[in-house]
Each structure stands twice: as C-alpha cells, then as structure tokens.
Design a protein around this ligand. Sequence first.
Ligand SMILES: [Zn+2]
Length: 248
Amino acid sequence: MKLAELTWPEVDALDRSTVVVIATGSIEQHGAHLPLATDSLLVTSVMEAVEARLSEKILLTPTVWLGASGHHLAFAGSLSASFEGYEDSLIQIVENFHAHGFHKFYIVNGHGGNTEPNGIVCRKLKSRHPEIVIGHSGYFAFLTQATYDAILTGSIKGIRHACEAETSLMMHLHPHLVRLEKRRDDGLEVDPPVPGMVFFFDECTEAGSFGDATHASANKGKVLFDEAVEGLTQALSSLSHGISLQGR
Ligand SMILES: [Zn+2]
C-alpha cells in the first residue's frame, strides 16, 4: 500500500504489524549527465516495484527527498538538510506512526550520504522505544558482487556516484533524463589509500561523478534493478512474517 494514496480511515483500519517502509533519497548533483533527483528516483522506482509485489504487507511512505548532502553543496542545485534536521524528520515520521500503534519500520535508502544518519536514527528510535522493530539498508546493499563482476565492464565493480552502475539504472528506469552525450570517464577509479576518509565531492571530482559512465547501458540497469527488487522483496516479506533475532 502507498500511504499517499490512502485515506485516514483506511490507514486506521490497517493491521498494526504492517511494515512501514520509509524511502530516503536526495536532491544533489550527479555529474553533468544525471539529474539532481537521481537517488530519489531510483529508490522510489525500486520501492514501488517491491510494493507492487507486497502490497498487503507493507505501507510505503512517499520518498523523503531532502537528504544529508552537505558533501555535494559546491555544485549548484544540490540541496541538503542539516544532519539534525534530516534525522529529526525521520524520527518524526516513525514516531507519528508509532503513536497510532505501528511498530515495524524499515528505512530503504537511495543515497550513500544518508547511510550513517539513517543508522543513528534507528539507534535513537530503538533506545526510545525498545519494543519497536526497526532497521535500515540501501537498495544497493541487495546488489551482489557476483552481479557487479558479471555485468560491469568499467574498472569500478560496484556502485558509487553517477557511475556505470547508477547511470545504467537510470538508463533502464528513466532514460529520458539521462544526457548520454555528457557521460564521461573521470578517471577516479581507486579509493583513497587510507580507509574511512571523509571528503567533499568538489575536492576529488571535476564534474561530480565517479567511474566511467560511458560503459553504462539500460540492459545492465535492468539486471541491477531486478536484483535489488528481488532482494528487498524477500527481506521485507521476512520482516512482515517476523524474524527471529536469536539463536544465530
Ligand atoms: Zn546517486
């Protein structure tokens, strides 16, 4: 079910063990070839496909489009909440549902910069409301290395930012929004030599993208999309039925 399409009595009539799924995206630069809404569009497309398969089991909120994107603000049109504002907006969404008795939540993310805030949000909410079931993951966490290795032909075998993989997803899902002729190879193919470095995109990219999007294709995007939808469908179905956290 999609929250935005229901009436309040319809929501009020729902089984309170329905899994409330909150999708998080961004409005931020994605190089010269992808639109600012790329992360929001991709996570929305993935979650709408999952919702179509699990419509009786999950309640999908509209995608939260204002993300934690401070590391992109040097590029025009990029927008960011403060970390506190972003986290508070998610906490409010969960607590608004919780006030009506809902107690299962999952945050599905489309933007890497939201990953750590989403984790903090879950930990804050769990400590305030120990009885709730809550978790978070990027849709990209359901993409496997085997798939990356099998289909990606550029040197980055994974998903980064406006890269071969992300551009392929956009070519599959929103081809009219991809500026094919603007794709480029930034030559940024290795991670910094010290793990865990925090950087802004204008410090390390010229156009704002990573990898070589000229290798991207709609067919590769379909493979990645299908894998993410399948993985999330299984995960949310498990959450709906109830998972055991013991005995592992
Ligand atoms: Zn992105």
